[in-house]
Ligand binder design. Structure first.
Ligand code: 173
Length: 321
């Protein structure tokens, strides 16, 4: 008995480093955003770089977007090890744990979240409730906007049907909208058929699937900050060797450190929308302030309602003071 146990331990001790050294680990990656989106183009460029530098150590195999795994199922695919890594946003995996949607409410850059305790708290909740390792935030500085095909002259959406995800649900409902959730892949058709009168989306990206053809107005100001991140199955993360974890972290931080780019992209997309004939409905002064305040109030109320345990602490850590 003792000999067998000893031999077992010996075999494991020998096999592990050998197995790790013999061939690189390949991790499966999916995107919750559509294959044709700019987010995915940027992800694929990053993956090419990772694979070039990670020869013999770590390789990423991009499986695809929602055609491979539907947008709102990607979170569970990560949780249950169906895939190893996903690029997604918290709003798409509230079915795994509802706190995920709170990342839209962060009011400081990810670089600062890594210093003020917010990142550590995210890491704890994501591990406990999602079996996930939160690797990096790859989109920020992208406010969300309301896009419309019917004109409004005040922040009142009574009688309007708006396409949403959990990001916008409580806010748009509080403005009187009738809300309808869809994945990005269904937005064009919903607009084309007149099933919705508008939709929520960040400042950038509406051209990726030609929504500009079906969009008349954008409402300013924007609100929140679009979050897109890389999440890793926690078991897959733990199975990596220290060298592999260090490599993946370094690569992900390199991508994250280039997030300032999204500011430029936001400006370019704003100009492109103007050129495409999208008119801006601008809320001014007190009305604008009230609109944005209501976005945060309803947003946090929604998070705290579903998570009295973590909501208040997240609010404290994510709010700029
Ligand atoms: O689908 C969405 O409108 C959404 O929730 C989202 C979140 C982050 C980035 C882009 C879209």
């Amino acid at each position: 008995m003792r000999t067998i146990a000893r031999f077992g331990a010996f075999a494991v001790a020998c096999a592990l480093p050998l197995a790790a050294g013999a061939q690189p680990t390949t991790l499966k990656v999916v995107s919750a955003f559509p294959e044709n989106s700019f987010y995915v183009t940027r992800l694929q460029t990053w993956i090419e770089g990772v694979n070039a530098e990670g020869k013999g150590l770590l390789q990423l195999n991009f499986i695809g977007g929602p055609k491979a795994i539907p947008t709102f199922e990607v979170g569970n695919a990560v949780r249950t090890s169906v895939v190893d890594i996903a690029m997604s946003t918290g709003a798409y995996y509230t079915n795994v744990f509802p706190e995920s949607d709170a990342l839209k409410l962060t009011q400081m850059p990810i670089a600062e979240q890594r210093k003020n305790g917010a990142y550590d708290y995210i890491q704890k909740v994501w591990a406990e409730k999602g079996n996930m390792y939160y690797l990096a935030r790859v989109v920020e500085y992208q406010p969300f906007h309301l896009y419309l095909n019917k004109k409004i002259d005040k922040p009142d959406l009574t009688g309007l049907k708006i396409r949403i995800t959990p990001v916008y649900r409580d806010f748009f409902a509080s403005l009187g909208a009738t809300v309808m959730q869809t994945a990005p892949g269904e937005v064009y058709t919903a607009l084309e058929r007149g099933v919705v009168d508008g939709y929520g989306w960040p400042i950038g990206g509406i051209f990726d699937a030609n929504w500009q053809e079906r969009t008349k107005f954008r409402v300013d100001p924007g609100f929140y900050d679009a979050e897109v991140s890389l999440i890793v199955n926690l078991d897959a993360w733990k199975k990596l060797t220290p060298a592999q974890r260090e490599f993946l972290t370094r690569q992900a931080l390199s991508l994250e450190s280039r997030n300032e780019y999204w500011k430029v992209y936001g400006q370019q997309e704003t100009e492109r929308q103007a050129k495409a004939g999208i008119q801006v409905i601008t809320l001014n002064g007190a009305q604008a302030k009230q609109y944005v305040d209501q976005a945060y109030e309803t947003g946090w109320a929604g998070i705290i309602k579903v998570s009295p345990q973590h909501g208040p602490k997240m609010r404290q850590l994510f709010t700029k003071r």
